[in-house]
Design a protein around this ligand. Structure first.
Ligand SMILES: Cc1c2[nH]c(c1CCC(=O)O)Cc1[nH]c(c(CCC(=O)O)c1C)Cc1[nH]c(c(CCC(=O)O)c1C)Cc1[nH]c(c(C)c1CCC(=O)O)C2
Length: 349
């Protein structure tokens, strides 16, 4: 074992303590985030400002002492780097001009002929990773990330978030070849982007398929599993030692297939499945991560402590990373985050 608790567990070593980090740990529930955010200008200005992005990444580490630090950026910097306009509107979230098939084909052709432009657009994010690795304590594991091709494509085609991703699902039904071509392009772009994050200092990477839950089982295989497997296959020869975490939110019905067919090292769990039930579906050596309902951060201590105990009891003797089942919401309470951490740490050493 090294002194890096999270990285060790992500590599399958079970240590004396369960490591903790939290999805969206840098975000609006923190007053110091809101202050830096106000200083930065737009949300994308913050993502592309290495000093400020580094600062907001470090804020939750200073305040809570998490074992992992996730790069502050967004999954939608990838379509932005591919040439699509991306804006974040207050109270709405991301807004993009929805692409039709000829625009998608043009964007893919451009990526193939001018991938240096894609790389150059993301230079500030890579610089943030470099700054982070030099400023984080050595024992804190630095996590890079990207969105999974399906989730990123739902925004590229639908133009904004939606409850059921209907626009992207319709597009996939009407234009399956163009859609496959888009997902494959996003997978190749993600390999380039994640590989550069790893070279700059990321110790592990997570692929977020936040909207996997809207796909049918067949759609899930084609649009979630296949492109994520393409990302893992592309990264593995370049960075054989770097763990890849896959998180297909809403797709706990297909956890076994997702874990095995993608080639990931660790699998994220949402709050709809218990850790012990999840572990029965995945290979024994698979690392699990999750699965506390983020809304428990908005209520009282009892329900949270019960959920943490259930997670800890479900993960005795197996490699598991304590986390939420999705990102903490802006109304998450800071004292609940402290309770979450204390409860995990008191429950296992
Ligand atoms: C789907 C998705 C997006 N972005 C992301 C996902 C996948 C994970 C998930 O499902 O939550 C990933 C993401 N976005 C952000 C991070 C930073 C790192 C961290 O987790 O601390 C990460 C890992 C910052 C952010 N990304 C965003 C914020 C809030 C915007 C702000 O500060 O004004 C933050 C802190 C904006 C964003 N970005 C996105 C949406 C839908 C929104 C609006 C919704 C919202 O406002 O929460 C797209």
């Amino acid at each position: 074992m090294s002194n890096r608790l999270l990285l060790d567990v992500l590599k399958g070593k079970v240590g004396p303590q369960m490591p903790i980090w939290m999805m969206r740990q840098a975000g609006r529930y923190l007053p110091e985030y809101r202050a830096t955010r106000a200083e930065a200008g737009s949300f994308l200005d913050l993502c592309y400002n290495p000093e400020l992005a580094c600062e907001v990444t470090l804020q939750p580490i200073r305040r809570f002492g998490f074992d992992g630090s996730i790069l502050f950026s967004d999954i939608l910097v990838v379509p932005h780097a591919l040439g699509q306009d991306v804006r974040f509107e207050e109270g709405v979230g991301p807004v993009l001009p929805p692409l039709d098939s000829s625009e998608i084909n043009a964007l893919i052709d451009r990526f193939e002929s001018e991938s240096e432009q894609f790389d150059a657009h993301l230079d500030p994010v890579i610089e943030t990773v470099r700054l982070l690795r030099s400023r984080l304590p050595e024992e804190v594991t630095l996590l890079g990330f990207c969105g999974a091709p399906w989730t990123v494509a739902t925004y590229m085609v639908g133009g904004r978030g939606s409850p059921d991703q209907a626009a992207a699902r319709k597009f996939a039904l009407k234009e399956p070849e163009v859609f496959d071509r888009l997902l494959s392009c996003l997978a190749r772009a993600s390999v380039r982007y994640l590989s550069r994050q790893i070279t700059a200092g990321a110790d592990a990477v997570q692929v977020f398929d936040s909207w996997a839950g809207s796909l049918s089982p067949a759609g899930f295989s084609r649009y979630s599993v296949t492109p994520i497997a393409q990302i893992v296959d592309g990264l593995r020869p370049l960075h054989p030692e770097t763990p890849v975490i896959g998180f297909a939110k809403g797709a706990m019905h297909a956890l076994g297939r997702f874990s095995e067919a993608t080639g990931i090292d660790a699998v994220g769990l949402d709050w709809t499945i218990d850790v012990d039930a999840a572990r029965q579906q995945v290979p024994e050596t698979m690392v699990t991560q999750g699965n506390i309902d983020p809304l428990l951060m908005t209520a009282g201590p009892m329900a949270l402590e019960q959920a943490v105990d259930r997670m800890v009891e479900g993960a005795v003797g197996v490699p598991h990373v304590a986390n939420l089942g999705h990102g903490i919401t802006p109304d998450g309470q800071i004292d609940q985050v402290h309770r979450f951490i204390e409860r995990v740490r008191s429950g296992n050493g």
